[in-house]
Design a protein. Structure first.
Length: 274
């Protein structure tokens, strides 16, 4: 009886408010629904939704099967290392990362050799499919990070010029681009460096396929750092891009700003192992 009385009183007190809420403007209604429907949340971004689809680290399907160890060696070094507690469903990329950590190498600079096969550091092949099992011996190879020193300029005219000082691989599918852009206010303030874009080319030079490097907001860096920031004269610093192929594509184009600047082709320094 007490519960029924309490329900009646609450209905009398808040019923009118709910009817008013239903006639409120759209943004007020959304706010009210967020308060009443405790489980409601804002829609997630596309990348956040994709991230939720990835298997958790403790997925029973990944952790099933007998655990085993793999022997790891490097060129020019007789020391033998072991990666333990591997499973058949683990990916080659996990073995690469754990093996690189054992020898204190950046994971994005390594390749894995097993028999006649060579695997890139981000290879999603399962160890079982690659034939890597208990007692296997693999060779870990290290390459120098991809880099381009003073590759050139992306310019609007002779007074508005972005000089690219250095482009370097800093992670799996990630690049840092160091730049300095100047202008003299003859055509207004400098454009926003965060609107700069990278595209890459695959296939033949006659009919290339152009694919943009995207993040949630489009064809732009996902992070930036400025050493000097004056939109009236000069901005310098670094732009960081991710979601590239690994290793980076051979033909890479950088265009500064929001529009009007010429594209610059990035040519990598000769690659070498160390």
């Amino acid at each position: 009886i007490l519960a029924q009385n309490l329900t009646i009183r609450l209905s009398e007190q808040f019923g009118t408010g709910r009817r008013l809420l239903a006639r409120s403007p759209p943004h007020h209604t959304a706010l009210g629904l967020r308060t009443i429907q405790m489980g409601a949340v804002a829609p997630k971004s596309r990348l956040a939704q994709d991230a939720n689809k990835s298997a958790p680290a403790d997925d029973p399907a990944i952790e099933s099967g007998p655990a085993f160890s793999v022997s790891v060696r490097t060129l020019g070094n007789d020391q033998e290392h072991f990666v333990h507690d591997l499973r058949p469903a683990h990916r080659v990329s996990e073995l690469c990362a754990r093996a690189a950590a054992l020898v204190d190498w950046p994971a994005f600079t390594v390749k894995l050799c097993f028999g006649t096969e060579t695997f890139e550091t981000n290879d999603a092949t399962s160890l079982e499919a690659a034939g890597i099992a208990e007692g296997a011996e693999v060779m870990l190879l290290k390459r120098a990070p991809y880099r381009a020193i003073q590759p050139g300029v992306s310019s609007w005219n002779r007074d508005y010029v972005c000089t690219v000082e250095r482009v370097e691989e800093v992670g799996i599918g990630e690049l840092e681009l160091k730049f300095s852009v100047v202008g003299d206010m003859s055509a207004g303030r400098l454009q926003d460096p965060r609107s700069s874009t990278l595209v890459w080319r695959e296939g033949s030079s006659i009919s290339p396929i152009r694919r943009p490097i995207r993040d949630d907001s489009g064809l732009r860096p996902y992070r930036h750092h400025y050493d000097h920031e004056d939109f009236k004269s000069k901005i310098s610093g670094s732009l960081f891009f991710k979601h590239l192929p690994a290793p980076p594509p051979a033909q890479l184009l950088f265009t500064f700003g929001e529009g009007g600047y010429r594209a610059l082709q990035i040519n990598w320094e000769p690659a070498g192992s160390d």
